[in-house]
Ligand binder design. Structure first.
Ligand code: SF4
Length: 344
C-alpha cells in the first residue's frame, strides 16, 4: 500500500482488466478500483430507448441515493448493493482512449450516445480522474451527438467544453432534482450536491444558451408528492431556466428495495406498511397511485411551462437528441424509461 493508499491485492471477482485499488486521502471513505476497460460504448438492447448507445465511465456511485436502481449491478462484482455500491467505485481509467478507437471504426454510425443512464458520470470520482473531458472531446470530434444526465455540479467544470461541442454536434443536458427539502435530501441522497446547488447548475447551463431538462425522479409517495412540494419544485426549476421537466414515481427493484426499505424503516417507520401496499405487485408503484400522480403533475407542468401536456414522463431526446419540453420518446414504453434510466 503506497502513500496514495494504492494496493494490488484486492482483485474483485468479475472485474476484468483490473489495475489497482486506490484509497485517496482527499476522498475519505471511498475506494476506487481502477480497471482497463475493453470497450467504452455499450449497445442498448431491445431498441426501446431513444438512444442506441451509452457510456459509463464508473460502476458504483458515491452520490449514494437510497433509491438508486443501479445498485444491483454491484452484485456482479460480488460486492454488496448497499454500502459497497456507494463507496467502492470501479473506474475505467482508459475509457476515453478506448472510445477514440471505437469511434474511428468504419462501422460507427454516429448514433446518439447517452451518459448518466446507469451511474453518474459526474460523481466525486470524476474530480480525481477527469475522464469526462476526454469522452466529450472524442464524441464531438467524431461527430457523435450525446447527452448527459447528472446530479453532479462538477458538470460545471466541463461546460465550456460542452458548449464548444454543441457547435458541432447535438448535445442534451439534464440535471436530476427530486426534491427541495434539504434535510430529506441529506438523508435520502447523502452524497449529492444540495438541491440549491443543482438548481444553480441548471441556471448556469441555461445562461450559456444550452437547453437543460430536469428529471424529477423519483417522486416518493407521501414524502415528496404533495401538490405544494411539486409546485414549489417545478416553480424553482422553471425560474432556473430549464427547458422542460420529467416526473417519475419511485420504483423499487431487487437490489434496491431492501436498501431503501431499511432506510424508510429507520427514518419513517409509519410509512413502511403503506409502501408495502403500494409496491405489493413488484417494482412499480400501484397503478392508481400513478394515475393520481399524473393528474396532479400534468396541470403543474403546464402552469410552469415545463411540459405542455400529458407527457410528464418525457425523456431527454427530441429529434435532435436534445432535452425537450416533456417530449416522449417515439418507441419507448414509459414504464421502461424508469427501468432503464438511472434515477439520477
Ligand atoms: S441514482 Fe444516480 S446519482 Fe444516485 S446513486 Fe444512483 S447513479 Fe448515483
Amino acid at each position: 500500500m503506497g502513500a496514495d493508499g494504492v494496493g494490488e491485492d484486492e482483485v474483485l471477482p468479475g472485474m476484468g482488466g483490473y489495475l489497482r485499488t486506490v484509497r485517496a486521502p482527499e476522498f475519505a471513505g471511498m475506494v476506487f478500483h481502477e480497471v482497463e476497460a475493453r470497450s467504452a460504448l455499450n449497445k442498448v438492447a431491445g431498441g426501446a430507448m431513444p438512444f442506441g448507445w451509452t457510456i459509463n465511465p464508473y460502476r458504483g456511485c458515491s452520490h449514494a441515493c437510497r433509491y438508486c436502481f443501479a445498485r444491483n449491478s454491484h452484485s456482479y462484482l460480488e460486492l454488496d448493493t448497499g454500502e459497497d455500491f456507494d463507496r467502492q467505485v470501479v473506474v475505467k481509467v482508459n475509457v476515453a482512449r478506448v472510445l477514440q478507437r471505437e469511434l474511428r471504426g468504419r462501422r460507427w454510425a454516429r448514433e446518439h450516445v447517452a451518459m448518466g443512464t446507469n451511474t453518474d458520470p459526474y460523481q466525486r470520482a470524476e474530480g480525481r480522474y477527469r475522464l469526462m473531458p476526454g469522452v466529450i472531446t472524442a464524441l464531438a470530434r467524431s461527430g457523435t451527438p450525446f447527452s448527459v444526465l447528472t446530479k453532479g455540479t462538477l458538470l460545471a467544470r466541463d461546460l465550456p467544453l460542452i458548449a464548444d461541442a454543441a457547435k458541432d454536434v447535438s448535445v442534451g443536458l439534464g440535471v436530476s432534482i427530486a426534491l427541495t427539502d434539504r434535510s430529506l435530501q441529506a438523508s435520502l441522497e447523502p452524497g449529492t450536491p444540495t438541491p440549491a446547488a443543482r438548481l444553480d447548475l441548471v441556471r448556469r447551463i441555461a445562461d450559456l444558451g444550452l437547453r437543460c431538462g430536469v428529471m424529477i425522479a423519483p417522486v416518493l409517495p407521501m414524502l415528496t408528492d404533495s401538490e405544494e412540494a411539486l409546485d414549489e419544485l417545478l416553480g424553482r426549476i422553471a425560474a432556473a431556466g430549464a427547458a422542460g421537466a420529467t416526473v417519475l414515481a419511485l420504483h423499487l427493484r431487487p437490489g434496491t428495495r431492501d436498501w431503501f426499505m431499511a432506510w424508510l424503516a429507520r427514518e419513517y417507520p409509519a410509512l413502511v406498511e403503506p409502501y408495502r401496499r403500494l409496491y405489493s405487485r413488484g417494482a412499480y408503484v400501484d397503478k392508481r397511485y400513478r394515475e393520481m400522480l399524473s393528474a396532479r403533475v400534468v396541470p403543474l407542468l403546464r402552469r410552469h411551462r415545463l411540459g405542455g401536456g400529458a407527457e410528464q414522463r418525457g425523456l431527454p431526446g427530441d429529434e435532435q437528441g436534445r432535452w425537450s419540453r416533456g417530449s416522449l420518446p417515439r418507441k419507448a414504453d414509459p414504464e421502461d424509461l424508469g427501468e432503464q434510466l438511472a434515477l439520477l
